[in-house]
Design a protein around this ligand. Structure first.
Ligand SMILES: C[S@@+](CC[C@H](N)C(=O)[O-])C[C@H]1O[C@@H](n2cnc3c(N)ncnc32)[C@H](O)[C@@H]1O
Ligand code: SF4
Length: 460
């Protein structure tokens, strides 16, 4: 296999802060929904219901609870050991679903189901069964994708069997790092032996795809210690590996203030860890899918990338291009040219539902320019290619004229051999894929009007 050589200077040059583009425009641009607008929101959702009742949706359910706090965590979570909180929460998920069913006249069909968190496996076996039973009548095909995020500390072989029996066919384990000193300093201890035995149990259950999440840039990590983690993880042969750059934003995430900044690896150390990881993954046969994600060639996501069937949404890369209904506190939905987010605060979420209101707190309605830029950014991030003619026909524009400014900015990326721009297309080069976030930022018009990037994490 030919190695992708990425020069240090280029990595340093493009090491900026920027969005992850799970949506465009990014969530910080969504508008607050005021109480008196809620009526028109319900009207808006009713309208969707009338025109799109027959179109299957992708469903995301957010389970915010976790048993203990990992100091690095940037997710929307509630730390508790009290499982009865989840009983109440599941009742509200059911009520929220009923609101949607009323809007859609019950004719709602689910194409894929994703449980994310927090920690979905915080739920007891009984609670997991109850949750799935809510959606079963609307996801009749056994073939639909059902995926779940798993904290390895919350499952054993028997629970993995139950998860499989409930129809989940894709699972993702949060591992982050196997080094014990790193684990201690971030308050998340889990042994390699336990993870090893869970992965082999999961393989016996024949999940279609097993993913492992890793983070580089955590406190006390070194190139050497992280190499050991990488080798052990590769030895387990998961179908997919997500390698996230540690997003350290202590102003936003309070728990990160427990992390001493002098223990955090420098940018150069982080870049060495990334380079190392890319080499190891390449050598072990993993293909680079796009931002943070690697997969073995047999995995459906690798095949989808080759066949141009890859999409991106709030859960990251996906095989589905459906509208998304997000249930639960903080969940985000995507419906045609709208994005909207539920109340993050669990009490406000409960109170909206008690008042028979869809618990929406933020909304964004995309205009024509947003829709066009979303298509450009998503095509770059998923297919690594844009055909100007195709977009000109859909949006009635001249690409060169409309994106004159952006094409000039791309010259620099072209000089660094990260993109190949011809008179009628842009192609991301093999090396360019590692810089996809920086390339996408060129087309983000909201970044231009607000230069404050401090709310975003570094791209490496
Ligand atoms: C909801 S958690 C996964 C499920 C489960 N709660 C767990 O921790 O195993 C989602 C993933 O986000 C990633 N993550 C969380 N905080 C992060 C941060 N500050 N920077 C980068 N990745 C982060 C971790 O890799 C984590 O596995
Ligand atoms: S990393 Fe996972 S388990 Fe840890 S606090 Fe965040 S959501 Fe919870």
């Amino acid at each position: 296999m030919i190695k992708t050589i990425i020069e240090k200077e280029i990595l340093n040059k493009y090491e900026v802060k920027g969005p992850r583009y799970t949506s465009y425009p990014t969530i910080n641009n969504f508008n607050d929904v005021l109480g008196n607008e809620n009526k028109s929101l319900t009207k808006m959702l009713k309208f969707f219901g009338h025109i799109k009742a027959q179109k299957p949706i992708s469903l995301y359910v957010h389970i915010p609870f976790c048993d203990s706090l990992c100091y690095y965590c940037a997710c929307n979570k509630i730390i508790t050991k009290n499982k009865s909180h989840a009983d109440i929460y599941l009742d509200y998920i059911q009520k929220e679903w009923e609101l949607y069913k009323n809007i859609f006249h019950s004719e709602i069909e689910i194409n894929s189901l994703h449980l994310g968190g927090g920690t979905p496996t915080f739920l007891t076996n009984e609670q997991l069964r109850k949750l799935i039973s809510i959606f079963n009548p609307h996801s009749t095909s056994q073939k639909i994708e059902r995926s779940i995020e798993i904290d390895p500390r919350t499952v054993n072989k028997e629970r993995l069997r139950l998860i499989r029996d409930l129809g989940f066919n894709r699972i993702s384990f949060g591992v982050q790092d196997l080094d014990i000193s790193v684990q201690r300093v971030v308050n998340r201890e889990q042994s390699y032996e336990e993870i090893c035995s869970l992965i082999s149990a999961a393989k016996k259950e024949k999940f279609h795809s097993i993913n492992i999440d890793l983070i580089y840039g955590l406190p006390l990590q070194t190139k050497k210690s992280f190499s050991t983690t990488l080798k052990k993880i590769i030895g387990l042969k998961p179908d997919r590996i997500a390698l996230y750059s540690y997003a350290h934003l202590p102003k936003i995430f309070k728990s990160q203030r427990s992390i001493e900044s002098d223990g955090i690896p420098s940018s150069n150390e982080k870049i060495s860890m990334l380079e190392n990881a890319i080499d190891y993954f390449n050598d072990a046969g993993y293909e680079y899918i796009g931002m943070d994600h690697f997969a073995l060639p047999h995995d459906e996501i690798s095949m989808a990338k080759k066949q141009g069937r890859l999409f991106r949404n709030f859960q990251g890369y996906t095989l589905h291009n459906d509208n998304i209904v997000g249930l639960g506190a903080s969940s985000i939905s995507q419906y045609d040219s709208y994005y909207y987010q539920n109340e993050k605060n669990i009490k406000s979420y409960y109170s909206s539902i008690d008042n028979n209101k869809v618990p929406i707190t933020k909304l964004f309605s995309l205009n024509k320019d947003d829709l066009l830029r979303r298509e450009v950014i998503m095509k770059l991030m998923c297919q690594g290619f844009i055909d100007f003619k195709e977009l000109e026909n859909i949006y009635n524009i001249y690409f060169h004229q409309y994106f004159n400014y952006e094409l000039k900015l791309l010259d620099e990326f072209q000089k660094d051999k990260l993109v190949k721009a011809s008179k009628d297309s842009i192609t991301i080069t093999k090396k360019g894929w590692y810089f996809i976030r920086s390339i996408a930022m060129v087309f983000d018009s909201y970044l231009r009007s607000s230069q404050d990037l401090s709310r975003f994490s570094k791209v490496f």
